[in-house]
Design a protein around this ligand. Structure first.
Ligand code: AMP
Length: 450
C-alpha cells in the first residue's frame, strides 16, 4: 500500500513525501480509509506507531472539502492530556497542512490566555487543546463550535488517568451532536469503553501491536545497586560508555533537580523537565537535548509523557515507577522505528515491590547485572515471575495527581500553580489519597498483588 493509493489530496501527499514516508504504518493503513469514509474510529495505538498522522492526514483531507472556519469557530477539535502532546500534535498538523490554506492553533494551560484568544479570533480549521484551557476559552466566548465537524481524543486513557473525565464530558455537551468522533488510546480498558459509549457511534475498532510488544530490539536489564550509589553508577556508565543522549526517568521533580546538579558538578551536561518548569524552560531543554547540546535529560513520568523523541539509544530508570505501566511507556522511548536501544534500570533493595509488579506486567524476569565497584551491600531477592492475570482496572473517581508533586492536568503543569484556584476544578484530596493511595488505586486494584 502507498499513501497515493489511500486517495489523499495531492497537497497532503506532497507534505508526506517531504517527510520521507514511503509506506503507511499499520495504524495509518487501517485508520486513514475509515476516517476518510466519515466513520467513527476507536483505535488502540501508542505513540511511535504513526497514530498522529493516522488521524491528522484524513482529517485534513476532509477539511479541504468544506468551507473554512468563520470567526472564533473550530472545525476539528483534538484534545490531548498534556501540553507537550498538544504541541507535538500541532507540529504534525502544521507539517502535513503546509501546502494547504488550512489554519490551525494549539492552546494549553500554564501560559497566557490572551494570545490564544487572539489566535482564535479569525477561526481555525484545526484546534489542538488540553481540556482545562479549552473550557476556559469556551467560557470566555473565545470559541464557538457551530462549525465543528470532528472531535479527536488523543491518548484518551491518559486523559482519564489524569482526571479529565468531567472536563471532557463538559466539552462534549457543548459540541454539535452530529459529528465524527475519533478516539485514540494505548489500551481499550473498561474505562475507555465506558467513555466511548454514548460518545462514539458504531466505531471501526482498530488495534495495532503496541510498539513495546514487538520491540524486541530493546535490550532491557537492571543493575543491582544500593540507593546511595545510583548517582555514581550512572555517572560511571555515561562516562565509560561515552553515552551522548540519555533520557533518565525519576519519580519526583526534586530527585530530578538533585540528579541534574550532581551530573553538572561532574562535568556532564544535563537538564531536567518536570511539572515545576515553565513551558519555555521545558521547550528549551527538549530542543537542547535533541540537538545534542545537553547529553542527559532527566524527566518525571508526567513531564515525559507525549514528548516526541525518537530512537534514543539509552533510557535509564534511575528509580522504578510505582505504576508498572509507566515502565512500558518509559522504555518505549528507546529502540523506536527499527533502531536498537537499551533500557537500563538502576534497582535497589527497597524497589523489589515495583520490580515484581513490572515483571508481572511484562511477563518477563529482567536480566540482572552487577558492576564491579558498585555491588550492592543490600541484596535484592530473586524474582519469581507472577503469572496470574492482571485484573481490569476499576472505574476511578477524578482525583488529584501528586505523582509530579502537583495537581493533575494541563494547568497543573504550569509554574506556581495555585491549588484549587479554579472552582471548576476537582476538589482537594481527602487525607489518605496521597501518592501511595493513588498508586494503589492506579495499579494495585488492577493487579491485586503485593
Ligand atoms: P506518532 O506515533 O504519531 O507519535 O509518530 C511516531 C513517529 O513516526 C513520528 O516521528 C512520525 O514522524 C513518524 N511517522 C509517522 N508515519 C510514518 C510513516 N508512514 N513512515 C515513517 N515514519 C512515520
Amino acid at each position: 500500500m502507498t499513501f497515493l493509493s489511500l486517495g489523499l489530496s495531492p497537497s497532503l501527499l506532497e507534505a508526506v513525501a517531504e517527510q520521507g514516508y514511503d509506506t503507511p504504518s499499520p495504524i495509518q493503513a487501517k485508520a486513514i480509509p475509515a476516517v476518510m469514509e466519515g466513520k467513527d474510529v476507536m483505535a488502540a495505538a501508542q505513540t511511535g506507531t504513526g497514530k498522529t498522522a493516522a488521524f491528522t492526514l484524513p482529517i485534513l483531507h476532509r477539511l479541504l472539502q468544506g468551507a473554512p472556519a468563520k470567526g472564533n469557530q473550530v472545525r476539528v477539535l483534538v484534545l490531548t492530556p498534556t501540553r507537550e502532546l498538544a504541541a507535538q500534535v500541532h507540529e504534525n498538523v502544521k507539517t502535513y497542512s503546509k501546502h494547504t490554506k488550512l489554519r490551525s492553533a494549539v492552546v494549553f494551560g500554564g501560559v497566557k490566555i490572551n494570545p490564544q484568544m487572539q489566535a482564535l479570533r479569525g477561526g481555525v480549521d484545526v484546534l489542538v487543546a488540553t481540556p482545562g484551557r479549552l473550557l476556559d476559552l469556551y467560557n470566555q466566548n473565545a470559541l464557538k463550535f457551530n462549525q465543528l465537524e470532528v472531535l479527536v481524543l488523543d491518548e484518551a486513557d491518559r486523559m482519564l488517568d489524569m482526571g479529565f473525565i468531567h472536563d471532557i464530558k463538559k466539552i462534549i455537551r457543548v459540541l454539535p451532536k452530529v459529528r465524527q468522533n475519533l478516539m485514540f488510546s494505548a489500551t481499550f480498558s473498561n474505562d475507555i469503553r465506558a467513555l466511548a459509549k454514548g460518545l462514539i457511534n458504531n466505531p471501526v475498532e482498530i488495534e495495532v501491536a503496541p510498539r513495546n510488544t514487538t520491540a524486541n530490539k530493546i535490550e532491557q536489564f537492571i543493575y543491582e545497586v544500593d540507593k546511595n550509589q545510583k548517582s555514581a553508577l550512572l555517572t560511571h556508565l555515561i562516562k565509560h560508555h561515552q553515552w551522548q543522549q540519555v533520557l533518565v526517568f525519576m519519580r519526583t521533580k526534586h530527585g530530578a533537580n538533585r540528579l541534574v546538579k550532581q551530573l553538572l558538578a561532574r562535568g556532564i551536561s544535563a537538564s531536567a523537565i518536570h511539572g515545576n518548569k515553565s513551558q519555555a524552560a521545558r521547550t528549551k531543554a527538549l530542543a537542547e537535548f535533541k540537538n545534542g547540546e545537553i547529553k542527559i535529560l532527566v524527566a518525571t513520568d508526567i513531564a515525559a509523557r507525549g514528548i516526541d523523541i525518537d530512537q534514543l539509544p539509552h533510557v535509564v530508570n534511575y528509580e522504578l515507577p510505582h505504576v508498572s505501566e509507566d515502565y512500558v511507556h518509559r522504555i518505549g522511548r528507546t529502540g523506536r522505528a527499527g533502531a536498537s536501544g537499551e533500557a537500563i534500570s538502576l534497582v535497589c533493595a527497597d524497589e523489589m515491590k515495583e520490580l515484581k509488579g513490572i515483571e508481572r506486567l511484562i511477563q518477563q524476569v529482567l536480566p540482572r547485572k552487577k558492576l564491579p565497584g558498585f555491588e550492592p551491600i543490600h541484596g535484592i531477592p530473586e524474582s519469581n515471575l507472577d503469572s496470574r492475570a492482571i485484573k481490569p482496572k476499576k472505574p476511578k473517581k477524578p482525583r488529584v495527581d501528586h505523582r509530579d508533586g502537583q495537581r493533575s492536568g494541563d494547568n497543573a503543569q504550569g509554574h506556581n500553580p495555585k491549588p484549587n484556584s479554579n472552582p471548576r476544578r476537582r476538589k482537594p484530596k481527602p487525607a489518605g489519597t496521597g501518592d501511595a493511595a493513588r498508586k494503589a488505586q492506579a495499579s494495585g486494584n488492577r493487579r491485586g498483588q503485593s
